[in-house]
Design a protein around this ligand. Structure first.
Ligand code: SAH
Length: 275
């Protein structure tokens, strides 16, 4: 920002000592809607010189929120992901040249987001770093489908699980034994193993499961089935999706109005930003 003011000949009241390095801000971007960006996220984006963003962050709107250089590190032409170590190097190098760097991530940086690794990379390079929490998809995507992760007298706990790799037999047993809501991220690929594992662990085959695809995005879709039939019902489901396993799924129908209200608020937020 300062550099841009200097270039444009705009006087600035106080400048940091010459040679001061830039810094990195890890920003949780929420599940993909402007409505769920925090004020901290909006401010950090506004003040950034460069933004490295992921495909799950609300990137479609970025040009309206910042004049920073925008770098997509989720995909490259040819659809190869930028390796984690390369992302860390890009961030650190940009900060060392004095830039104010924002690393915009989907949801919350510390929920299956490798935020801890990125903070460590900055600390090791001596680059000042801070983290702005974001609204995680683990709670907000079920909410987009009207599903509360807890509900009085229905579920008083929820466990958030990564479906990136299949769970162990012991984990299936513990999860089934808890009796609360199970929320699975990155779970489409391992859904058959999870469903079979929970059945083996004694979970009721009539337990409802929701698959919420593309929460807050065009084409949002909710598929509801039971543990006994979910593999067939969810055969056409694709990432990104959040799975919710538990009796709270039955509350969704009653909350349908709430989901519509959220969509309206999103339109309102978009028009306010344009104003
Ligand atoms: N840090 C993120 C999660 C990263 S892991 C967070 O806190 O939300 C990526 C997974 O998040 C996806 O595979 C999917 O399970 C979930 N996810 C993120 N955004 C989503 C969205 N808009 N709709 C559905 N699932 C989403």
């Amino acid at each position: 920002m300062l550099a841009r003011c200097r270039e444009a000949g705009i006087p600035v009241a106080s400048e940091p000592a010459a040679g001061e390095s830039g810094h990195v801000t890890l920003v949780g971007g929420g599940p993909g809607t402007l409505e769920l960006l925090t004020i901290g996220a909006v401010n950090a984006l506004r003040d950034a010189d460069v933004v490295f963003y992921d495909r799950l962050a609300p990137y479609a709107e970025l040009a309206r929120l910042t004049s920073a250089e925008l770098v997509d590190v989720g995909k490259r032409p040819g659809h190869h992901k930028v390796a984690q170590c390369d992302i860390e190097k890009l961030m650190v190098d940009a900060a060392l040249t004095g830039k104010n760097v924002v690393r915009l991530k989907g949801g919350d940086p510390y929920v299956f987001g490798r935020g801890g690794e990125e903070v460590s990379a900055c600390v090791q390079a001596g680059v000042p770093v801070r983290v702005i929490s974001g609204v995680t998809s683990a709670i907000s995507v079920p909410a987009a489908a009207g599903i509360p992760v807890t509900h009085r007298e229905v579920s008083h706990m929820f466990t958030v699980v990564s479906g990136h790799a299949p769970l162990t037999e012991k984990e299936h047993t513990h999860l089934a034994g808890l009796g609360g809501t199970i929320v699975v991220l990155m779970g489409i690929g391992t859904l058959p193993q999870l469903a079979a594992g929970l059945r083996r662990a004694g979970m009721d085959p009539a337990m409802p499961i929701a698959v919420v695809e593309r929460g807050y995005r065009p084409g949002q879709r909710t598929t509801i089935a039971e543990l006994g039939t979910i593999e067939t019902a969810a055969a056409g489901c694709t990432n990104p999706a959040v799975l919710v396993i538990g009796e709270v799924v039955r509350v969704a129908e009653a909350n349908r109005d709430h989901t519509e209200a959220t969509a309206d608020l999103d339109l309102l937020a978009a028009s306010l930003l344009e104003a």
